[in-house]
Design a protein around this ligand. Structure first.
Ligand code: IMP
Length: 176
């Protein structure tokens, strides 16, 4: 285990198992349909690659890099990198690493509907429901976790720890 990690919360094997279950649900929901998996950079990449291995529906990949202004209550979204192809009229599943306040996701969903997509669903690896201040719910949730700061499997602290093959709780000495 990495020296900076206090505790492994979710192992890589647990994530793989859960991805298979989530993909089974997605396969059921999108039988005979095409869907775009829209990964939000950077944190969703390991989860997106794991989840997508088990999806049988016809999928294509797109990526966006967005950020919400910190400390601003109004919905302000900055698109740092946009999707490549046309998305109007398409079914989209937004793939996210973690939902905390829900601000990022609420903004992205609104923006996608403004671009006339056909449908939007959300798949998230982790959900911290206690942190929610925006009214948004994911359609596919890997794991609900308590209100702790976690890293690994795509999640970072100052761009570190994204490569860890598990989700863990960071030692307090790393950020105090
Ligand atoms: P929200 O807009 O508050 O829902 O925040 C979502 C984003 O905040 C995620 O995509 C992460 O980048 C970041 N985030 C929230 N909680 C954590 C955490 O525990 N560890 C690492 N990043 C987090």
């Amino acid at each position: 285990m990495n020296d900076s990690i206090k505790e492994i919360l979710i192992s890589g094997d647990q994530i793989t198992q859960r991805c298979k279950e989530m993909a089974a649900q997605i396969n059921e929901d999108y039988k005979g349909k095409k869907v775009i998996l829209l990964g939000l950079l950077k944190g969703s990449v390991p989860f997106l690659s794991e989840l997508s291995k088990y999806i049988e529906a016809e999928v294509s990949f797109e990526y966006m890099n967005v950020s919400s202004y910190d400390g601003v209550e109004s919905k302000t979204l900055v698109v740092k990198q946009d999707v490549e192809g046309p998305i109007a009229g398409k079914n989209i599943i937004i793939v996210e690493d973690i939902i905390d306040t829900g601000k990022t996701l609420a903004n992205v969903v609104e923006m996608l509907y403004d671009r006339d997509v056909r449908s939007v669903k959300v798949a998230t690896m982790l959900d911290k429901p206690e942190g929610r201040t925006f009214d948004i719910k994911a359609d596919y949730v890997g794991f609900e976790i308590p209100n702790a700061f976690v890293v690994g499997f795509g999640l970072d602290f100052n761009e570190r720890f994204r490569q860890l093959p598990y989700v863990g709780i960071l030692k307090e000495s790393c950020y105090k």
